[in-house]
Design a binder for this molecule. Structure first.
Ligand SMILES: *Cc1c(COP(=O)(O)O)cnc(C)c1O
Length: 294
């Protein structure tokens, strides 16, 4: 019973988010590269069966932000058997001592969080060793700390061009795919376009100008559950969406699980509820859905 109900919810939520992704892409100004956005379903803290359920709905790209969790999930027998075409994105902070472990992950598709030339060198040399006879380059993105917050990882924006140059010229086993940012949480869109996203766009322009790269070939990974539609409208090609697909995350021993002092802060709308309402609408329009894969 519980499993059946859960599966249905995940399936509907994926469909609904995909529909919103495609609608947002249709609203994108013509001046932006018309790269179809890719939906990355962020499955961190969620069990393998939820991943399988989303996969059954046609979802192929999934994201995780802890190396150990990704290793476990990607090697889970159920996932290996049921999801042969899965594409894993690593979206968490990467430490040099974890690189080998990460690169051993089956079906690893894209490492979104390279944030220094030294880390790029390490990923490059590990991939050269691990890929053996294969000439397949590993896709990487460069993570930029667009908000300048101490708590956020990523390169200072002014180091973007040099780091990308380094990857392109010194790391032959890597394929530079684009720029990624997390940005400030809870930005109020009533104030105008999100400055973190604008910053990532202007750094891409700079990269394209100095390295003579076409903008269609430099992706932007930005936008999460609360702001992926805005992110797409301003040019995101890769949105990382977790809680509105899989429900809220529960972290044992985290602040989120400690009793809320009174007066309680006003609760955020329940993601389960939100996705249910939209997914009912989505279900009616299901024939419009297209899955963007690239
Ligand atoms: C968890 C996570 C997400 C997804 O966040 P939601 O708000 O649940 O959509 C996206 N990007 C990164 C880097 C994350 O760690």
């Amino acid at each position: 019973m519980w499993r059946a109900a859960m599966s249905e919810e995940v399936g509907k939520a994926v469909q609904s988010v995909l529909e919103r992704v495609n609608q947002a892409a249709a609203r994108r100004p013509k001046a932006l590269p018309s790269v179809p956005p890719r939906l990355v379903a962020v499955s961190k803290t969620k069990p393998p069966d939820m991943v399988v359920e989303a996969y059954r709905q046609g979802q192929r790209n999934f994201g995780e932000n802890y190396v150990n969790e990704l290793v476990d999930k990607a090697s889970d027998p159920l996932i290996l058997e049921s999801c042969p075409e899965i594409k894993w994105h690593f979206i968490g902070h990467l430490q040099k001592n974890n690189v080998n472990k990460l690169l051993g992950v089956p079906n690893l598709f894209l490492v979104e969080t390279v944030d220094s030339a030294k880390l790029a060198d390490k990923v490059n040399s590990s991939w050269q060793r691990l890929r053996g006879a294969s000439t397949q380059r590993l896709k990487v993105m460069v993570q930029i700390n667009t908000s300048g917050e101490q708590s956020k990882h990523g390169l200072p924006p002014e180091d973007t061009v040099n780091t990308v140059k380094h990857i392109v010229s010194q790391c032959p086993a890597l394929h530079f795919s684009g720029l990624m940012t997390i940005g400030r949480y809870g930005y109020d869109l009533a104030l105008g376009p999100n400055p973190d996203f604008q910053m990532l766009l202007s750094r891409r322009q700079e990269v394209c100008d100095s390295l003579k790269l076409p903008p269609e070939e430099v992706e932007l990974s930005m936008g999460m559950s609360t702001d992926f539609e805005h992110a797409i409208e301003v040019g995101s090609t890769n949105v990382r969406v977790g809680s509105i697909i899989f429900g809220n995350r529960e972290y044992p021993n985290s602040a989120a699980n400690t009793p809320i002092p009174s007066p309680a802060p006003s609760p955020a709308p329940s993601p389960e509820k939100t996705s249910k309402t939209v997914s009912e609408e989505a279900a009616k329009k299901m024939h419009h859905l297209t899955v963007s894969e690239h």
